[in-house]
Design a protein around this ligand. Structure first.
Ligand SMILES: [Zn+2]
Length: 393
């Protein structure tokens, strides 16, 4: 009995799909070839011998995308986090960043038992507080006097390849009476460790121009289209503040991090209409929002931004090339360039009438929905819909 299959020149021939690869400005019909855990160039003479291929996948009618990157998720067991591989891979997501669920006290534990064992590529931000996000009913203490800088130093010295940056949350119930001191101290710490600060500022207590003026190149403003409380990225006339444009010009990045309550369609619509598209589109998923109608999954969040007027190419860029670059991994992921990791999301853009709703009760009618068909991570099939099984005659 033959147990080991002889190696073939190609493991996968993804044939006849519409490839969108914003990192290479590619948008059109093309075949993609995989060998082992890498993407490889198509044969030079354009001819492929089917006998040289282990598996041919008919991708006609589908989009072939770089494995998607969910830039803002929550994976910690104790803070309403969800299981990384289980939630992400069936949704075309092959890479993700935990958005600072865990503080310095438990971070090493989180890294070794949750982040490192995952099949997908993961990084995590260190919450600047010792306790991190403890879950509903408990708010982390963001007083800078209590930060454990020694523990942070250890984490950045020992685990840097797994670390995405530092994370701080400010706003109502978190930073009352503290002003922007925690933000200023956290930015200083990020610079000291040569990393970025990701800032959650929902229901902020200070106007957004004051907040973004403290951020610098590579820092991320999460939940950038939020509308809780009096302050948002729009001024009283609904215009993007000049300080927000300036922050982008300085290299601050804006992530939608949708969540259940962190994205107002009215703000997103106004921003996009003024040419202020998000840099990154992500879910901010937790157990409260996983597969729930206001969020559902990354492809569902991407579909919302199509309905809000962004092009498919731009939406894909926000979930591939841009987050890959922010992770410092653009040579490895976020593209289908030969030589990179064989992470691929095969997705259908289906005509479906959908009505999305945000936390403010605003509705958004969509005519198209991205529906995942197959996910390949590092050359291995991790998910495949029955529709794309090749079983139908
Ligand atoms: Zn979050």
């Amino acid at each position: 009995m033959k147990i080991v299959e002889p190696a073939k020149k190609y493991d996968f021939w993804l044939r006849g799909g519409h490839v969108i690869d914003p990192a290479r400005s590619l948008d059109g019909e093309a075949d993609v070839f995989l060998s082992g855990c890498r993407i490889v160039p198509p044969p030079e003479n354009g001819h492929v011998e089917p006998a040289d291929v282990r598996e041919i996948v008919d991708c006609s009618g589908c989009l072939v995308l770089p494995g998607l990157i969910d830039h803002h998720v929550h994976f910690s067991w104790n803070t309403s986090g969800i299981a990384p591989d289980l939630f992400c891979l069936p949704n075309g997501v092959t890479t993700a960043c935990d958005a600072g669920s865990v503080g310095t006290n438990a971070f090493e534990n989180f890294l070794r038992f949750r982040v490192m064992p995952a099949m997908m590529t993961l990084k995590a931000s260190v919450n600047v507080t010792t306790g991190g996000l403890a879950g509903a009913g408990y708010v982390e203490n963001i007083d800078p006097a209590l930060y454990d800088v020694r523990a942070m130093t250890y984490l950045f010295e020992r685990y840097r390849p797994y670390l995405y940056g530092l994370k701080l949350r400010i706003g109502k119930d978190i930073s009352e009476g503290m002003g922007l001191k925690p933000l200023e101290e956290s930015v200083k710490l990020a610079r000291r460790f040569g990393t970025r600060l990701s800032l959650h500022a929902t229901h902020p207590l200070e106007p957004v121009p004051e907040i973004v003026s403290r951020l610098g190149e590579g820092d991320v403003l999460c939940h950038s289209f939020q509308a809780m409380g009096p302050y948002r990225i729009l001024d009283e006339n609904g215009r993007i503040y000049p300080e927000v444009w300036n922050a982008r010009a300085r290299g601050v990045r804006f992530d939608t991090a949708q969540g259940r309550i962190h994205c107002a369609f009215s703000v997103a619509r106004a921003a996009i209409a003024q040419g202020f598209q998000p840099d990154v589109i992500s879910t901010d998923v937790t157990t409260y929002s996983v597969y729930q109608d206001r969020l559902f999954s990354l492809p569902a969040v991407m579909s919302r931004f199509l309905a809000l007027g962004m092009s498919l190419h731009d939406v894909v860029r926000c979930c591939t090339a841009v987050p890959a670059e922010l992770m410092g991994m653009q040579e490895e992921i976020g593209t289908l360039r030969p030589g990179t990791l064989a992470d691929v999301a095969i997705v259908k853009l289906a005509d479906r009438k959908v009505s999305f709703q945000d936390c403010h009760g605003e509705r958004l009618d969509a005519a198209q929905l991205l529906i995942p068909q197959m996910t390949i991570q590092a050359g291995r099939t991790c998910y495949r819909s029955l529709e794309l099984s090749g079983l139908f005659r």
